[in-house]
Design a protein around this ligand. Structure first.
Ligand code: ZN
Length: 447
């Protein structure tokens, strides 16, 4: 679509409206590579747990752009010291930050053999992509500058931290968006106020001291979203289900009995041949799901069974497995094999855990710590690391909570013959999982 005078707007459930004033942004939105993101769900397989979680990475990319656009207009309105030559670089980098995302969110990254950030850079630097051609119209060097921001290697630390940092536009948008679409309300926070309390200060993004509670609420929202959505045991089960189907397809491909794969790029991926940028851009959720739907009727009994389990949402069940003892795991796998299931495809130990606010509290002179948030006192003109002033932040800072779970077929867990053995092998006592929110009803999220 050609640019006409004036502005373009998108209606958006998170931000109300997304405003496009710059023809460059409009041209980028209309590239083939950006449009591909409409066919990748932001939350991968989480829609099998939270039926509302169907939103696309395209809507998130527009949202990140909009958050950055609002940050810049807030800086300008307040007369903050901000290097205006970076205006375009910031909004463009935000829009394109997920351009290299694999189908199904992070679930398939290991299969692609590289992180999506690396693919983003390859796509932006490849002279054959539409995104590259649009960026190169700004200047010959502009694609490289954008790739540097995404690789966190750009000389302006401020620019990098606005796109990826503790309070970056990426997190601000995805937390609000994922929370809204899943219906997990306590992932919401006061985004409008966060945008008002951010200040560019000496090449870093800091927070006005009066915004302390707003940031506390944001960090707690992040904590809740991790445990209620990103690490939800049934969301993990769906992701494991998808990985297992593709693992079987990959094994069959390598054993010179390749399953029928309608799509050439997916065929190359499963055969573990290196992918070109053009191949990679052919892949999206639809291509992967079409292959899985075809495999429902495949003569290989394991492949067809795994495909059916995913499509019909008969996911692996889980038991808490706090010890993670490898000797016990051997016995568990032997039990699953005795019950007639190949543990390579029907058993998985999954670990979830993250640090919500990554900052080492003990250092006095830790002003340069990457993962830290700083409060800025305009009167005293000095910075204080946030956890020093906030008890809730201290409580979650640097805490690494890990949940370990064993996934296996319901048939094994519920069988009188094998179930009791599995229960005794996974029992540990002492450790309890946090209560998980059910998306539908109690027994649903439970199992
Ligand atoms: Zn993102």
């Amino acid at each position: 679509m050609a640019w006409r005078e004036g502005e373009k707007v998108f209606k958006d459930p998170v931000h109300g409206y997304i405003y496009v004033h710059d023809p460059l942004i409009w041209d980028l939105i209309n590239t083939r590579e950006m449009q591909r993101l409409r066919r990748i769900r932001q939350l991968g397989t989480a829609y099998l747990t939270y039926p509302g979680g169907e939103h696309s990475r395209f809507s998130h990319a527009l949202g990140v752009y909009e958050v950055l656009r609002q940050m810049l207009s807030h800086f300008a309105r307040n007369g903050y010291d901000w290097p205006h030559q970076y205006d375009r670089l910031v909004t463009v980098s935000g829009l394109l930050h997920d351009i290299g995302h694999a189908p199904f969110s992070h679930a398939l990254e290991p299969i692609f053999g590289a992180h999506h950030e690396r693919w983003s850079q390859r796509i932006i630097l490849d002279p054959h992509t539409e995104v590259h051609r649009v960026l190169a119209q700004v200047s010959e060097d502009f694609p490289r500058q954008v790739a540097e921001v995404l690789a966190k290697r750009h000389p302006s630390r401020l620019v990098v931290s606005m796109v990826s940092g503790q309070l970056d536009a990426d997190r601000l948008d995805y937390l609000m968006r994922d929370s809204l679409f899943t219906g997990v309300d306590y992932g919401q926070f006061d985004l409008a106020r966060i945008l008002r309390i951010l200040v560019p200060w000496k090449d870093r993004l800091v927070v006005k001291r009066s915004g302390l509670h707003t940031v506390e609420a944001y960090l707690l929202a992040r904590y809740f979203m991790y445990w209620q959505v990103y690490f939800h045991p049934v969301c993990r089960a769906a992701e494991i289900g998808l990985k297992k189907v593709l693992l079987r397809a990959q094994d069959l491909s390598r054993a010179s009995a390749p399953p029928e794969v309608p799509h050439p790029a997916l065929r190359r991926l499963l055969a573990m041949e290196p992918l070109s940028v053009a191949d990679y851009l052919e892949l999206d959720d639809f291509v992967v799901l079409t292959a899985v739907a075809n495999w429902r009727h495949h003569p290989d009994p394991i492949l067809s069974d795994l495909a059916r389990r995913l499509l019909d949402r008969r996911l692996l069940k889980y038991r808490e497995y706090p010890s993670g003892d490898p000797y016990r795991l051997r016995d568990i796998e032997a039990t699953i094999a005795e019950a007639g299931f190949d543990p390579r495809y029907y058993c998985e130990v999954d670990e979830s855990g993250t640090v919500y606010y990554d900052y080492y509290l003990g250092e006095e002179s830790a002003d340069d710590e990457e993962g830290a948030l700083f409060l800025w006192d305009p009167e005293e003109g000095r910075l204080t690391e946030m956890s020093r002033l906030s008890q809730p932040i201290r409580a979650i800072a640097r805490e690494r909570q890990v949940e370990r779970r064993l996934y296996l077929p319901e048939e094994v867990l519920e069988s009188p013959q094998w179930g009791a053995r599995i229960r005794s092998l996974t029992a540990a006592g002492g450790l309890r999982a946090p209560g998980f929110l059910s998306s539908v009803e109690d027994d649903e999220a439970d199992g």
